[in-house]
Design a protein around this ligand. Sequence first.
Ligand code: 8YV
Length: 326
Amino acid sequence: MPDVSSEQVDLLLYGPDKPLIDAGFPDRFGLHKAEQLADLERLAPDIAARIRGVAVTGLVPASGAVLARFPKLEIVSSFGVGYDHVDAGYAREHGIVVTNTPDVLTEEVADVALGLLIATLREFIAADRHVRTGAWQSQNFPLSTGSLRDRSVGIVGMGRIGQAIGRRLEASKVPVVYHSRHPAAGVGYRHYPNLIEMAKAVDTLVVIIPGGAATAKLINAEVLAALGPRGVVVNVARGSVIDEPALITALQTGTIQAAGLDVFADEPNVPEELRALPNVVLLPHIGSASVVTRNAMDQLVVDNLTAWFDGQPPLTPIAETPVKDR
Ligand code: 8YV
């Protein structure tokens, strides 16, 4: 049980500076900051010894070695729904609760997935260029070979965001199936336990599965070959889920048709070969990046910490570190 006395609670804000998180804590919290891994080295040992809560404000590594710097750590409140950058196994073994920011970004990320899919199929970026360059004055933009109208989509991952993407596709009258390790409760779409089988059965993959070791390079050359020459891949999950060199080769050789990518293997570095391809739409990891949604995520980071240090259960603990009674 944490100490809920009036004594100051020392928190570390680790990651990019977030004004709303900064401003979110009442006076009884003492805030310390480290923007990057290297900044942790400069944190005075007496402060590190007092830290009881860490807010991970972006995709900075929160490995076991990082968490081990804080012997009094009780809770890690991580920004974002994905937490593959936080060592949940270490946290669990050491009785540290980890929270993330689900739900508040579900519809936003699903919007981006659908927008990216349509932009890729209907070639919005090239069409915009056609207007801006004045090319339209001499010729019409060519008909797009891609369309949602003649496609069926396999969603890879059927969590909250996968289901929100499914709802949008249904509303657009697009057939949906999905792949995940286990069938998702209450989901009526056909479930494929085998990804290759699903890739053979559809022509479009929308990837929204957690990152981390269990899903690394899940979308590999074999899956792309199974998807075939009409294949389109949209990734709004983590770059690690796709074998990026295999995807580049598949796009270069016509093994698949096109891709829409919001995430990459080594952000913000995007391979030159990928940037040179005409059949890709590339976004700088903006799935949840609107002011309204990011504010809600910031607030949830704060609320999880304040709830905990008020002696309440955290609002959104991850499955690996459940909190039963408090
Ligand atoms: C953020 C995300 O872009 O929620 C996630 O898992 O990837 C995004 O919402 C990410 O946390 C970077 O700050």
